[in-house]
Design a protein around this ligand. Sequence first.
Ligand code: ZN
Ligand code: ZN
Length: 275
Amino acid sequence: MIKSDQHMHSSFSGDSQAKISDIIDSAVSKGLDIICLTDHYDPLFPCYQEGEDTIFDLDTKSYNEAAIKIRNDDSIQSRIKVRVGMELGIYPKIYDMCKDIVKEYPYDFIILSSHTADGLDPYLHTYWEEFDNPVDGVKLYYNEILKNVSEFKDFDVYGHLDYCLRYTTTTEEERSIKNYKDILEAIFKILVADGKGIEINSGGLRRKGYNMFNPSEEILKFYKECGGEIITFGSDAHKPEDVAYGIKEAYDILKGIGFEYIADYKERKINFTKI
Ligand SMILES: [Zn+2]
Ligand SMILES: [Zn+2]
């Protein structure tokens, strides 16, 4: 069994101070075989703290230089396979910017993620105040994912599919996919037809009061029912110690649902290994 963590952030991301060397040491100590750095590219994302306009711009020149160094460093690659990708925080206004950035360097792996919906950030309580019922806030979020997968094609997997749920309080009834089945089915049909996947992301597992993977087991099951087979594991670590967080539980959930393979990517090409 290959242990692969395909989603993590270093100090190239506006919300992480992790040194790449510390991330690699942590991954090696946890017995991982493959990691992929996926620093944030969310251009124009507003900064909520004073002093800066944006927080998630990526210095691609330095990032690409670091990527070349990592790829050519045998002392690193002989310990663990380290790949370099990107997490694009997509929304319609920046499709063209994202298309350009993906072409800029031969990245190994591209995660497409929604961190906003209709320009609003579900991380903030003001997002949820827009809706009488949180179900409508979740629908807005999934509908934007549907638009993104319909119109933007240069990516490999969609990140933390029900991420918006991390930042609101919902009952099991409100979270249930029966409220969103048609939208999710439309998303999965497109992903499957395009040969793209989703991830199981353990970031929410570390969030107090949420303590769940994204997406939920219910959504993962439905993805499989819709013909989905491509799935990666991502810790979404922003600190070295969180690399591989929850990987065993994630693999157990996937096996329980009936997924037999986990995916990793090199130079945008998929590789499957038995779970
Ligand atoms: Zn994300
Ligand atoms: Zn992330």
